[in-house]
Design a protein around this ligand. Structure first.
Ligand code: PLP
Length: 343
């Protein structure tokens, strides 16, 4: 198995289909009458319908393979995309996967609990554990440790992908790569992006991207749309993650400034994973102008933010704005209430 690890700053396996395309969203730009909009198609990273976590998993699975693990143990919301992609990545590297699904969202219908990513977890043969205290990150990690300990007692070698902030953000390295990739593509396409808009959840995608862009020498502002926490809490988190990622990536400490961390929680809604009217509008508008399928938890919220910023007059008409599509479409099938909202 070790020959599948690529030499790098950290153990890494190659899973993602990269570079992912950058495409114009001309119809959406016209519909909104605002700046020129583009999309980075990180929903097209390949594995098990793709998404941003495939880039991150290159490093987690790299660590797992290097430590000779035979099982991946991970936690996430019931409709977590990370969990589904981890279960698929585990299979690709001949490992089992134990997934802990946290009740973070007060949706109790069959689609939320049985379809979408849950269905895919089952197809992938992941062992599913339930966890009721979904607001408590530390407790989720403690329970994950207990699952891993049980596996060790049975002779397995688990590798844990923790949720909490006190564990190294290996996944962020995948977005350092993506930041460099975007700059190389922008050079080839002869486009200068004025802004990049991306989801800010655990913060690893946001912070990694910022580190990669600054390491490529560009000062492009990156606006993180909050999907789980308010702006002031999220800013602290992303700043810390940014410093840690810079250090893990061996980048010079002045290559990126924590002062560049920028988040907006205007479209957060009542909490993580809950639909809002703006998300429902954004998902429909992207589908009906660009044929672009967004998700109800992350990219729908980010697109709601992008639309809201255009309407608020945050950009001028000549600006070029890159929306990072981080995937998540399978979760749509867990959100049947979204179709009902349409009728
Ligand atoms: C589709 C999608 N987009 C964005 C994110 C947020 O990424 P991060 O946790 O790196 O902030 C996630 C996280 O699970 C996701 O599934």
């Amino acid at each position: 198995m070790s020959e599948q690890i690529q030499a790098s700053i950290a153990p890494r396996v190659r899973i993602a289909h990269t570079p992912t395309p950058i495409e114009p969203m001309s119809n959406l730009s016209i519909a909104l009458g605002g700046p020129k909009l583009f999309v980075k198609r990180d929903d097209c990273t390949g594995l098990a319908t793709g998404g941003n976590k495939v880039r991150q998993l290159e490093y987690y699975i790299g660590q797992a393979v290097a430590s000779d693990a035979d099982t991946i143990v991970i936690t996430g919301a019931v409709q977590s995309n990370f969990v589904r992609q981890a279960a698929a990545a585990a299979r690709k590297f001949n490992m089992d996967c134990h997934v802990q699904l946290e009740d973070r969202v007060p949706y109790y219908d069959d689609s939320y609990h049985g379809s979408g990513n849950v269905l895919l977890n089952r197809l992938l043969g992941a062992t599913i554990h339930k966890f009721s205290d979904g607001k408590n990150e530390a407790a989720a990690d403690t329970n994950l440790e207990a699952i891993a300990s049980n596996l060790r007692n049975k002779g397995h070698k688990p590798y844990i992908i923790h949720l909490g902030i006190d564990y190294p953000p290996w996944g962020g390295l995948g977005y350092v790569d993506a930041g460099r990739e975007i700059m190389a593509q922008a050079d080839c396409m002869d486009i200068h992006f004025d802004y990049i808009v991306v989801a800010s959840g655990s913060g690893l995608t946001h912070a990694g991207l910022l580190a990669g862009l600054r390491a490529s020498g560009t000062p492009i502002p990156v606006i993180g749309i909050c999907v789980r926490r308010d702006s002031s809490t999220q800013n602290v988190r992303v700043k810390r993650r940014l410093q840690e990622i810079i250090s893990l990536a061996g980048l010079p400490t002045d290559s990126s400034s924590v002062d560049d961390v920028q988040t907006d929680d205007t479209w957060l809604g009542a909490s993580y994973g809950l639909l809002t009217d703006q998300i429902v509008e954004a998902i429909h508008l992207a589908a009906q102008t660009e044929g672009l399928i967004l998700d109800p938890v992350y990219t729908g919220k980010v697109m709601a933010g992008l639309i809201g910023m255009v309407r608020r007059g945050d950009f001028n008409k000549r600006d070029k704005v890159l929306f990072v599509h981080t995937g998540g479409a399978p979760a749509l099938f867990g959100y049947e209430m979204l179709h009902k909202a349409d009728t």
